[in-house]
Design a protein around this ligand. Structure first.
Ligand code: ASP
Ligand code: MG
Length: 720
């Protein structure tokens, strides 16, 4: 079987490098016959093109010829001795004489003649049966069948030969005129030789370790792509990756020969294998290339993937990362597989690096380190949800979720950072006994990287004291703990200021109405119109459930409360719900989201039960509630007689005479059938927002409880 090995200009640039090539080739020759294709020594082709432009017989031309000849003579001097040196020198001198006399347009073809003549002679001296093949005769430009026929015949005629050496780049036209395959064309020559000989292996040896995610000369963090499809390699090559000449792909692909791209200076590195890979179910980003259009002063950047992409999303992500790097996008489009961006030439390198960072370096922004405090129903549901959906999330959003730690009241269990590992179970946990109480909870994450997210799914009373400090450290917070937000307004404002100043965020949509987008909707109205006219929130799951069930069943009010408590629907002490305390927290959060700096004392509360219930034991409380049944029954039948329903409503209504220009209250109201809250069932929540932004009231209604739902709402805040 034939192996085709191609070495580029820098691999044969001098005697030392040529010796490396000789080593690699002699090793390969032990496994089977070799066709060795070489480029001209580096810089030679450019020098020849320059030479052709000089005047015939001029001193300049003479000088250029001499310096080129001296470089080759130096290599010969180092590689050969005695009679062998003389023989090779004579051959090269003869070629130089021909070069001096050659027509200008043929001069460029001599570089590969020099390099391959030297190498072939050296291999022969090493004792390998070697034959030099003349690509000018065998390779016919734009005529593959003739080329294949010529090459396969030439090789078949010489069964004894161990190593064939052939110049890359050069060929002839159908009419016999000498020509080239285009700059970088030696790769293409190698693919033609491989296809013609049905080679078992095609190796392109160069000066970088394979096809990389970016040009390593421009992007330091570029890394090797271990394997890629012919199509992806073609896309990279077509759009500027110089490591592989684009026309090379087609003959190899048609012949089904894998292309190995290897580094002469690091022969053990497996480099890149380009072969017929199936299109992946989910496209992966391969690399980013660029081509300079100096006339337009633009750089055309291409972000290459190996499958079908959401072009719109990819463009948005690309433009966004450039914007963050302060780079203006001139144009951005997608062809369904790749993203094409153009930027000013002067910022091309920065743009490449920004895009590379965004897509190929695991930046803190794309791996979200999560520190989850709280192992209750919501915490457990959240961990489960993340484990189930992290792969899908990574694919949809590019964000990789990594649970870095989970805390309960006994302290943290930390999962050592595993960049790129979407699951907390990737590495063994490390227990951290610190932070056993909530006041110390921040300590274990004090040295977490900026951009980490602290997730508070506890219902701790005092954990909020850690919030501001964390936000100042650049650690963001997602919370479902409404106690942490219903703090005095100055504290609340300080947290938000800390987040804003330090590039972190504080999100807590779950604190009111669970997964219903209430805060978001209020903020949208307040931010854009600043005229919130009223908010009516029926957001106490517990009371909604108790009041609606009281209407429907013959049970006493006390019995229904006890049932709700048994089902875990109430606070540990149901009086917190009945006193309106939970609703008060929610109303503070809602009002502040509307820009109203509401404090507890600004709210008029008419609790379902009065202060006379405080100070009783739980059993005494239930006994008293049972004794009060006639009062509850009377209220209920009064409402019923008028076809009204009792609903526990927290409201904020614009009123110039009230504190901050609003009147805030929490009370049981009798609503008629036209009121949106009339129809809500069980533990459903509803909110009605009137603002100049929503001239006809905005109604949001739906399920308001459940651990899984709360967890998905927390996750939504993490990803938003
Ligand atoms: N020597 C040619 C060039 O510099 C061909 C090659 O190196 O692939 O373009
Ligand atoms: Mg090349």
């Amino acid at each position: 079987m034939i192996q085709v090995l191609k070495f580029g200009g820098s691999s044969v640039a001098n005697a030392t490098n040529m010796s490396r090539v000789l080593d690699i080739v002699s090793k390969a020759a032990r496994n089977g016959r070799v066709v060795l294709i070489c480029s001209a020594i580096s810089g030679c082709t450019d020098a020849l093109l320059g030479l052709a432009k000089t005047e015939k017989g001029s001193a300049e031309r003479q000088l250029m010829l001499e310096s080129l000849q001296a470089r080759h003579a130096d290599i010969i001097r180092r590689l050969f001795t005695g009679a062998e040196r003389e023989a090779v020198s004579a051959k090269i001198a003869e070629l130089f004489a021909k070069l001096a006399a050659a027509p200008e347009d043929e001069m460029v073809t001599f570089g590969e003649l020099f390099s391959t003549t030297i190498i072939a002679e050296k291999l022969r001296c090493e004792g390998l049966r070697t034959k030099w093949l003349d690509s000018r005769i065998l390779v016919i430009k734009d005529n593959e069948s003739l080329t294949y026929n010529n090459i396969s015949t030439a090789v078949a005629l010489e069964p004894e030969v161990e190593v064939f050496v052939a110049p890359g780049f050069i060929a002839s036209e159908y009419d016999g005129k000498v020509t080239t395959l285009g700059r970088g064309g030696s790769d293409f020559s190698a693919a033609l030789y491989a296809a013609a000989t049905k080679a078992s292996r095609l190796e392109i040896w160069t000066d970088v370790p394979g096809i990389m995610t970016a040009n390593p000369k421009l992007v330091e963090a570029a890394r090797t792509i271990p394997e890629m499809s012919y199509q992806a390699a073609l896309d990279m090559a077509t759009h500027g990756a110089k490591v592989l000449y684009a026309p090379t792909v087609k003959p190899a692909m048609e012949a089904g020969i894998a292309i190995h791209i290897l580094n002469t200076f690091e022969p053990e590195n497996p480099g890149t294998v380009v072969s017929a890979l199936p299109e992946p179910k989910v496209a992966e980003w391969m690399g980013v290339t660029s081509m300079d259009d100096t006339r337009q002063g633009e750089s055309l950047i291409c972000l290459v993937s190996n499958g079908h992409i959401n072009g719109e999303a990819a463009c948005a992500r690309t433009e966004d990362c450039l914007k963050k790097a302060g780079i203006k996008t001139l144009s951005c489009s997608s062809d369904g597989t790749n993203v094409h961006v153009s930027v000013r030439l002067t910022v091309a390198r920065e743009a490449l690096n920004a895009i590379h960072r965004e897509y190929f370096e695991i930046a803190p922004r794309s791996v979200l380190e999560l520190y989850i405090a709280g192992k209750g129903a919501v915490g457990s549901a959240l961990v489960k949800l993340i484990e189930e959906s992290s792969a899908r999330i990574a694919e949809r959003t590019g964000k990789v979720l990594h649970i870095a730690g989970i805390a309960d009241s006994h302290g943290w269990t930390l999962y050592p950072s595993a960049a790129g590992l979407p699951s907390a179970t990737g590495k063994g946990p490390v227990s951290d006994p610190r932070g056993a109480d909530c006041t110390g909870i921040a300590r274990p994450i004090a040295d977490a990287p900026r951009g980490s997210i602290f997730v508070d799914v506890t219902d701790s009373e005092d954990i909020w004291k850690e919030y501001e400090g964390l936000l100042r450290e650049g650690i963001s917070i997602v919370s479902s703990n409404r106690r942490a937000l219903a703090v005095p307004f100055v504290e609340y404002a300080a947290m938000h200021a800390a987040a804003q100043e330090n590039g972190s965020f504080l999100r807590y949509e779950t604190t009111v109405g669970s997964a219903l987008p209430m805060l978001e909707s209020i903020a949208a109205g307040a931010n854009s119109s600043d005229e919130i006219l009223s908010i009516e929130a029926v957001v106490s799951c517990t009371l909604n459930r108790i009041l609606s069930e009281y209407t429907l069943t013959p049970c006493s009010f006390a019995q229904i409360v006890r049932k709700a408590q048994d089902e875990g629907l109430t606070e540990a002490d149901p009086r917190i719900d009945l006193s309106g305390r939970e609703a008060l927290r929610k109303l503070l959060i809602l009002a502040r989201e509307a820009g109203v700096p509401l404090e507890e004392e600004d709210v008029e509360i008419e609790p379902v039960i009065g202060p006379e219930y405080a100070g009783l034991s739980l059993e005494e409380f239930y006994a008293k509630l049972e004794a009060d049944e006639p009062r509850f029954a009377a209220l209920e039948s009064a409402a019923d007689a008028q076809h009204l329903r009792q609903r526990f409503v927290a409201s904020l209504v614009k009123d110039p005479s009230g504190p901050h220009g609003y009147r805030a209250s929490i009370r049981v109201q009798n609503v008629d059938a036209s009121h949106p809250a009339y129809r809500i069932k069980g533990s459903e929540n509803a909110i009605i927002i009137r603002s100049t932004y929503h001239p006809s009231p905005l109604l949001i209604q739906g399920a308001g409880e459940g651990a899984r739902m709360a967890a998905s709402s927390v996750l939504n805040d993490i990803l938003r």
